[in-house]
Design a protein around this ligand. Structure first.
Ligand code: ADP
Length: 218
């Protein structure tokens, strides 16, 4: 059976979530209190409804308790976001994801039992900052406060070296998860694989170790 999602708040973030879910073939109920927004999405999603999500009766009327996953993408109105989340948690919705505006907002959402809290603006900011600071880092994914996965472009200093010779694990505590060359991607590359300049190495490690690695090797 198709997974059923509801997205509350059809601003830039909620709107793009709706589009991605529809592209993946999911069923999506899109909710906003603004009629124009709802009209904009009505032909894209499975169902679109005008409702104030802080109105418990309105949410019940839409059968929101039966959805597998509800995403609260209300932007600036933190109070509405919190109240909506509280109602969804009390209705025992299986999985509630909420977009947080700031740390205070996140703390409250945690307390009231949101299953997942996301900070799209902050995360994108950190990513862009990292890419701007480093020449060799192409993309960056923070997996905890200390560890990240990065895409590093292989420079001339390691051209022709095998993975075993580079020995990133012993020297830097980092592991190569995959090597991308043009359109090909080699996941868990063999130790005898030769790296060529321009290859993209997908590396996991502690942030400090990755920084050392970037400086010396790539
Ligand atoms: P973004 O930063 O993602 O663009 P916005 O703040 O522009 O977010 O959009 C949030 C959307 O959430 C708006 O379309 C707004 O009408 C909607 N919204 C805000 N409060 C409620 C509410 N209580 N019920 C339903 N929709 C709401």
């Amino acid at each position: 059976m198709k997974k059923q999602f509801a997205v509350i708040g059809l601003g830039r973030f909620g709107g793009s979530i709706c589009k991605s879910l529809v592209d993946e073939g999911s069923e999506v109920l899109a909710i906003d209190q603004d009629e124009d927004k709802v009209n904009e999405f009505s032909s894209l999603v499975t169902q679109a409804a005008i409702a104030d999500s802080t109105d418990e009766k309105a949410l019940k009327g839409l059968g929101i308790g039966n959805f597998d996953h509800v995403i609260v993408a209300i932007g600036d109105d933190i109070q509405s976001s919190i109240l909506t989340t509280l109602i969804l948690v009390e209705m025992n919705v299986k999985h509630v994801t909420v977009k947080a505006q700031n740390d205070y907002h996140e703390k409250v959402l945690n307390r009231i039992g949101a299953d997942e809290i996301i900070h799209p603006e902050r995360d994108i900011g950190v990513r862009i900052a990292h890419n701007v600071v480093s020449n060799s880092v192409l993309d960056y994914l923070e997996i905890s406060d200390e560890y990240s996965i990065v895409e590093l472009a292989a420079g001339p200093t390691i051209d022709g070296e095998t993975i075993v010779n580079l020995d990133l694990r012993a020297r830097y505590g980092c592991n190569i998860l995959a090597v991308k060359r043009d359109e090909d991607i080699h996941v868990s590359p063999r130790p005898d694989k030769k790296i060529e300049e321009g290859d993209i190495l997908i590396v996991i490690g502690a942030d400090d170790d990755i920084t050392r690695l970037e400086r010396r090797w790539i």
